[in-house]
Design a protein around this ligand. Structure first.
Ligand code: GLU
Length: 291
């Protein structure tokens, strides 16, 4: 188990492809938040879905982070090796009535405005012949929480309609479960991530509560978009980072985070750049970028 740390942050990429500029910006922001506050910084590979993950991606991501001088303070954690912890969490949620088995297809749910035609929440097991998912049972709630940079957040959580999948029908554990279980296990106090995950936070808060754990602080940074205004991602063909130019990439990432690095750093080493960035890190400057 982890000891108690005042600040423990992490970067948690899903290895669907090599690191691109947008993911470097997220990694760097979480690293600088942690380091500028004297905290620890961890890396977790969220390799939950082998069907979407080319086998080479994890190695590429870790090499890329190394090339950019972003070294974690503890060994990298792989979600693919955490099955038993996820099983235990699901058993707990099933036994406390906060999870249920559901064999509804996406089509059925869509046709029924997100309501479950078989009243899955009320029956204790899904009909045995059909494959089933396990979903989290949300409570209806007007959820309020404080983002470290965006300020007060309000989310309307709708029971049943929004219930997230925890274990997919295909047998893979889902992001909403694994991210909470692992942030708890790793003693993460502060999550820095892209604002594309903002809407997930209210649901995650309920999962923390159901697992009787203290939630972390959240800080959502603006996502980097391409010229068409789309989030940089593998789906949108974001190019892989060029690991041969790490100082330039870090310089550009700092610029995207509105940190105004001096041009002279471009000729320096990765270490010089990170040292400058840590000493001059201004969380509030990120806010200048629109969401
Ligand atoms: N694995 C998620 C992603 O790559 C990030 C999870 C998180 O930071 O909460 O989008």
């Amino acid at each position: 188990m982890n000891g108690f740390y005042n600040y423990q942050g992490r970067f948690a990429p899903s290895p669907t492809g090599p690191l691109h500029f947008g993911s470097l910006v997220t990694a760097l922001a979480s690293y600088l938040e942690a380091k500028s506050l004297g905290g620890r910084w961890l890396i977790r590979i969220e390799d939950l879905d082998p069907l979407r993950e080319p086998p080479s991606a994890t190695g590429q991501i870790l090499n890329s982070l190394d090339a950019h001088g972003l070294f974690p303070d503890t060994p990298v954690l792989f979600q693919s090796r955490r099955q038993s912890a996820y099983h235990t969490a699901i058993e707990h949620l099933l036994s406390t009535g906060r999870a249920y088995r559901c064999s509804c297809s996406r089509k059925q749910l869509l046709a029924n405005h997100g309501r479950h035609p078989q009243h899955c929440r009320e029956v204790s097991t899904a009909s045995s012949s059909q494959p089933f998912a396990i979903r989290f049972a949300l409570h209806d709630e007007q959820c309020c929480w404080q983002d470290q940079i965006l300020g007060p957040q309000h989310q309307v959580i709708r029971a049943e309609i929004d219930d997230p999948v925890l274990l997919r029908k295909e047998g893979f554990f889902a992001y909403q479960l694994a991210v909470v279980v692992d942030d708890i296990e790793q003693g993460i106090t502060d999550v820095v991530r892209g604002s594309d995950l903002l809407d997930m936070t209210g649901q995650q808060l309920q999962i923390y509560q159901a697992l009787e754990a203290t939630p972390p602080r959240w800080l959502h940074i603006p996502v980097i978009v391409n010229e068409q205004g789309q989030k940089l991602s593998k789906q949108n063909h974001a190019p892989a980072l060029d690991d041969r130019t790490p100082a330039r990439n870090l310089f550009n990432a700092l610029t995207a985070l509105h940190q105004k690095p001096p041009e002279s750093l471009l000729g320096g080493s990765v270490e010089d750049l990170l040292e400058w960035a840590c000493a001059h890190w201004k969380r509030r400057a990120i806010h200048l970028t629109s969401r």
